[in-house]
Design a protein around this ligand. Sequence first.
Ligand code: ZN
Ligand code: ZN
Length: 393
Amino acid sequence: MDIGELKATVIREIDARYQQLGELSRKIHDNPEVAFKEKKAAAWLAGYLEESGFSVERGICGLPTAFRGEYGKGKPVIAILAEYDALPKLGHACGHNLIATSAVAAGVASRLAVDELGGSVLVIGTPAEELYGGKVIMAARGAFDNMDMAMIVHPGGGNRAIMSTLACQTLDVEFIGRAAHAAAQPEEGINALEAMIQSYNAINSLRQHIRDKARIHGIITDGGEAANIVPAHTAAHFIVRAEYDSYLDELKEKVINCFESAAKATGAELKYRWGERYAAMLNNVTMARLFRKNMQSLGRRIPLGDTTLWGGSTDVGNVSQLVPTIQPLVAVSSKQVWIHTPQFARAAASEDGLRRLLDAARAMAMTVIDLLASPETVARVQAEFRSGRQAKS
Ligand SMILES: [Zn+2]
Ligand SMILES: [Zn+2]
């Protein structure tokens, strides 16, 4: 079979499964499960892969709702990543039901390419993208070792084959002061709220002198107990983001200096803990071009995009530092409708949204064909990955 015929075959395979895939997407959308609680979604997705001939391992990396589906044995190994967690209160307002459906659709259709061309295709179920960075944990536990390339698509308000995201790390901070009557013995108190506010203001000042693309933002989660008690305890949660990992390290130090100086000024004790670290997205442009060409052959216009950053961060970034990765953005709503809103949750349940993400699934399976059929292309993908890592380190 030549490449063109094989691509036509994978397109037809997804057409034939349209009803089933639509049902799967709706079921996940109607049963939103937040980070690490995606029991139903993980079971439905893993089951669907198994019924379609994949060998499936559930609960990988010590995470009950993570899974690994595998079809074929040889190299190269191409992974398609699925996300299926919802947001608290908003449900599937990030459209992860569509990410999951497109991933299994692309995986199942890619079987035909593996039968014809060799290599293997994986569908990796990655929980908790939204709240904990499931892929950060999975990357540390080796889930993405021994694979050659990875792909995932994300629904959004626009189309872009390249989606650049920021490196980021969360920070939990506490100040411990000393309680006293705020009017009778204020001199006996150590004010943990003053320490927090001084830190907050110091960060505001710092923000004037950081690089354009960097971000520091936070909330105070504990501001004291009562107005007549000198606050003995305060807490805050911050996120620090930067375009490059090296600059993130530099910023982290500056942010901690803001807190430490406030601790010194007020006499409050500072405690802090850095949380999960999301790496910046390292896009593989060679793969993105293939995906774009395949989307366009299906009549979907999609610009390549550029290194203009989307202000957010994703744990796909951590995968992209280990293997050549793409995460194209596929429009399911107008530009005015942003992810993480109730309007976007509705778009993620729409028939039009499903059609668009299934076209993205077709384009991923067609990209699998391009890669399995051409060792030269794989070599180009790998060479770009190696040079990109050097450039950003
Ligand atoms: Zn999201
Ligand atoms: Zn998302």
